[in-house]
Design a protein around this ligand. Structure first.
Ligand code: SF4
Length: 479
């Protein structure tokens, strides 16, 4: 993107970035058309990826694919949706992580194989993707993208198994890492979740068919019923007989990404059986119990700080107010004429409610501090609006370690909390005080045992560690 296009507004949203959402639908009859369900489901999952989207459908004779860069409504129009005929389909919204930004990596991927036409899309990251890629290349496979989905399709196609489910089971056996995977074949749709349950995936039913989606909100938004979350290490087959379950692999423990509850998941989704909005409120309550609160009013950083701020205000016995208004209509094409207008650009996106803030000691609750750029700007904004004191409360522990499981940032150098004390961070962002929830407090609020959660970006203890995984940023072998 050129400098002439305003990227500051997007960069202002300094958050860990979720990499992708998936959906798959198998129609209950051959005359069902699923494309609009896929489209609307991707719309509901848009928060999981804004850089690209794609849908593949199968109509009984051939697979049809449409994908491209941008938001879901930018990628598809009435004509392209009309072309995507079929009683089954899979879809994907993409957020490119490091090294995968080229549009050629947009999912799903579609190939022809000895198992017939196949398409795949995934959310997550293969820790042994580099080794599997090198292995395929050494066997003469031509790979055109950096995407793990292309590797997965090639592994399936080359498996030599007697049936598609068997080929997928063999492929899952050699895949290491985190994933929620959907694979569309001619006679069935298969969905798999990694053995640790790191990436979320939910099974549901709509009138027209069975559906799997990264989050329950996509199923609920289609008027569907949630059947249940796909189990860690489970392989589901959706076909003309309904749905069947198989176990493809088991792990010694579960490791659901705790950031799903902190930030990634939409508030109306349930992950690990817990509603994300209610968990965020509970995090705010825990935070207020743990930290000293000296404030007149509580506000949430828009929008992801609002739910924990509500819980925080409730537990602290303080009024909750909307202290900053976010302009929802500032889009990706908003133009910033010069660098000097950067500050104005931020104000166009976020504007303080002066009468709420003036002369007050303000407790501002945010979900996380990742690169630190957001918090400093927000605090300046509040002080400029007349806040007497600004105390920052963070609804996740210090984000000190990179994520290797498909979420950004995946490099320690990007993390402002890495190598800094809380006091140094307070000074850096310009707050009067800075308080983080503890790991124990976060676990209590989520309500899932610690040994079933991934907390690696806070603790540095990585639950998914295949022996041959090499962290690319430091070049060391980690067992
Ligand atoms: S390290 Fe674990 S908890 Fe942190 S973002 Fe990655 S998967 Fe989620």
């Amino acid at each position: 993107m050129s400098d002439g296009i305003l990227t500051a507004v997007d960069k202002y949203l300094d958050r860990p970035r979720e990499a992708c959402g998936v959906i798959g639908i198998w129609g209950k009859a051959r005359n069902v058309q699923v494309v609009h369900l896929c489209y609307l489901g991707l719309y509901a999952l848009q928060h999981r990826g804004q850089e690209g989207a794609g849908i593949v459908t199968y109509d009984g004779t051939k697979m049809r694919l449409c994908k491209g860069a941008g938001l879901v409504p930018e990628v598809f129009d009435e004509d392209s949706l009309a072309d995507l005929e079929g009683f089954s389909g899979i879809g994907h919204v993409r957020l490119a992580v490091r090294g995968e930004r080229h549009v050629v990596n947009t999912q799903p991927f579609s190939v022809r194989s000895s198992y017939g036409s196949l398409a795949a899309a995934h959310n997550g990251s293969l820790l042994n993707g580099k080794e599997l890629r090198e292995q395929l290349l050494s066997q003469g496979t031509v790979l055109q993208t950096d995407s793990d989905s292309e590797i997965i399709l090639n592994l399936i196609a080359r498996s030599g198994a007697g049936s598609l489910p068997e080929a997928i089971a063999r492929t899952l056996e050699i895949m290491e890492g985190s994933y929620a995977l959907v694979i569309l074949g001619e006679d069935m749709l298969l969905a798999a979740r990694d053995p640790w349950g790191n990436r979320p995936l939910t099974l549901g039913e709509v009138e027209e068919g069975y559906i799997v989606a990264s989050e329950s909100c996509a199923i609920a938004n289609l008027g569907g019923e949630i059947i249940r979350e796909v189990e860690p290490g489970e392989l589901l087959i959706l076909d003309g007989l309904g749905w069947r379950t198989y176990r493809h692999k088991s792990a010694a423990r579960k490791a659901l990404c705790s950031f799903e509850h902190v930030y990634f998941a939409r508030p109306d989704s349930c992950i690990g059986g817990k509603n994300a909005y209610l968990v965020r409120k509970a995090i705010g309550r825990e935070l207020a119990k743990e930290a000293a609160v000296n404030a007149d009013v509580v506000i949430g950083a828009p929008d992801s700080g609002v739910a924990p701020a509500l819980g925080f205000a409730e537990a602290a016995g303080l009024p909750f107010e909307i202290g900053v208004i976010k302009n929802r209509y500032v889009g990706r094409t908003f133009l910033r004429p010069t660098q000097a207008d950067r500050r104005t650009a931020v104000r166009i996106k976020l504007n303080p409610v002066v009468d709420v803030l003036k002369g007050k000691r303000v407790a501002v609750v945010d979900d996380s501090i990742v690169r630190g750029t957001t918090s400093g700007k927000l605090i300046t904004l509040l002080r400029d609006a007349g806040a007497r004191e600004v105390h920052m409360y963070v609804a996740s522990p210090p984000y000190r370690f990179p994520c290797f499981y498909g979420n950004e940032p995946s490099s320690q150098s990007e993390l402002v909390a890495s190598g800094r004390t809380v006091g140094e961070l307070k000074d850096l962002i310009g707050a009067d005080s800075l308080h983080y929830i503890s790991i124990e407090g976060l676990v209590r609020a989520i309500g899932i045992p610690r040994d079933q959660l991934c907390l690696a970006c806070f603790s540095g203890e990585y639950p998914i560690t295949p022996a041959n995984y090499r962290r690319e940023d430091d070049g060391e072998e980690h067992l």
